[in-house]
Design a protein around this ligand. Structure first.
Ligand code: TRP
Length: 334
């Protein structure tokens, strides 16, 4: 709770280009949730440097992500949209929480194991304590709910454990947050391997539809999407490719997959793919237009970024000062 409002926190990394899966599985929900909670949506650039980044590229993508948040329909005058690196409290609280986190706990994190295997030449301490920075993000704003994908659930459990541990020692300092995992229907799979999640880091560009793909590219990728030799449009486990196309279509037009199956009765995969591409483009084309408008109005965007960083600093500092006092840091003379 902050100022009597229920608080929601979430963040996305600006590494890679956002996919349709990020939009349908997360961002679309964020827009809806932004009318129900006091929301903090961060571009978590400090998390991004746990993997080596090209600086100019990271900066560019971070700004693009900010524009996408707004273009998707999150009102920057209501929700707090900000860069994690603009608010110093994240690093400060992360340090303190590091001192309350056990090596054993971090060793158990499956994402750390996966990422260390993937970046064997750069297993840095930041990668190891990544979940602690994430806990700091959430706890700084006394978040009640945190929408995350299933892959982040373990990090959220750790966040809760840390909050409870800290509260047990020092009294009620942190709100213990709840994970908010959206229903499975919105999970979009790769177009080339429908047993795998659609990912912004997939090396095969045909596997993912990117939010900034133009209409022809979307049509081409849909046409090339892997299906099967059954020849029947059905929504079932044995047909993951076709089911994924039905998931995409139904999420885009706001129907259930079962309704979509009825709609395509007696039709072939070609017709389905065409309809999927059209439904996707009906969302992406206007989104891209808004992104371009927002990016063009540089001063306006800069002003929103500045105001929101100040707002995030205000709320995070409240929590941080309380924590610093609890652990025994000297009070700042006024
Ligand atoms: N680790 C998250 C991801 O990669 C991003 C993230 C960082 C986040 N801090 C967060 C998500 C806090 C929710 C809350 O998806």
């Amino acid at each position: 709770m902050l100022d009597g409002n229920k608080v929601l926190f979430s963040g996305m990394q600006a590494t890679g280009n956002l996919t349709l899966g990020n939009y349908l599985g997360a961002l679309k929900n964020w827009v809806e949730l932004s009318t129900q909670y006091m929301c903090f949506y961060s571009v978590v650039d400090m998390h991004s440097i746990t993997v080596r980044q090209d600086p100019a590229e990271l900066r560019k993508r971070a700004r693009r992500l900010m524009a996408i948040y707004i273009a998707a329909g999150i009102d920057p005058e209501k929700a707090c949209l900000y860069y994690q690196s603009h608010v110093t409290g994240h690093a400060e609280l992360a340090w303190i929480l590091n001192c309350f986190t056990y090596m054993g706990e971090l060793n158990r994190m499956t994402q750390f194991k996966d990422k260390s295997a993937k970046h064997a030449d750069n297993i840095n301490a930041g990668l190891f304590t990544y979940p602690v920075l994430m806990a700091a993000d959430i706890l700084l704003y006394q978040a009640d709910v945190v929408p995350v994908g299933i892959d982040q659930k373990q990090h959220l459990e750790l966040t809760r454990d840390l909050a409870i541990r800290f509260n047990n020692i020092y009294g009620d300092v942190f709100t213990v947050p709840e994970a908010y995992i959206p229903k499975v229907g919105a999970k979009i799979m790769s177009l080339q391997d429908p047993t795998k999640k659609m990912s912004k880091s997939d090396e095969n560009p045909n596997a993912s539809i990117y939010l900034m793909d133009d209409a022809d590219t979307v049509a081409r990728k849909c046409k090339r999407a892997v299906t099967d030799s059954e020849g029947i449009i059905a929504y079932r486990e044995e047909q993951p490719g076709v089911s994924n196309l039905l998931d995409i279509y139904s999420a885009c037009v706001g129907k259930t997959p079962e309704e979509a199956v009825k709609e395509f009765e007696g039709q072939g995969y070609g017709a389905l793919k065409t309809a999927v591409a059209e439904s996707v483009n009906a969302i992406l084309t206007p989104l891209q237009t808004r992104v371009a408008e927002i990016e063009k109005d540089k001063d306006w965007l800069d002003q929103r970024i500045k105001e929101n960083a100040e707002k995030a600093t205000y709320y995070s500092t409240k929590t941080l000062r309380k924590v610093q006092k609890k652990v025994g840091f000297p009070v700042r003379p006024r």
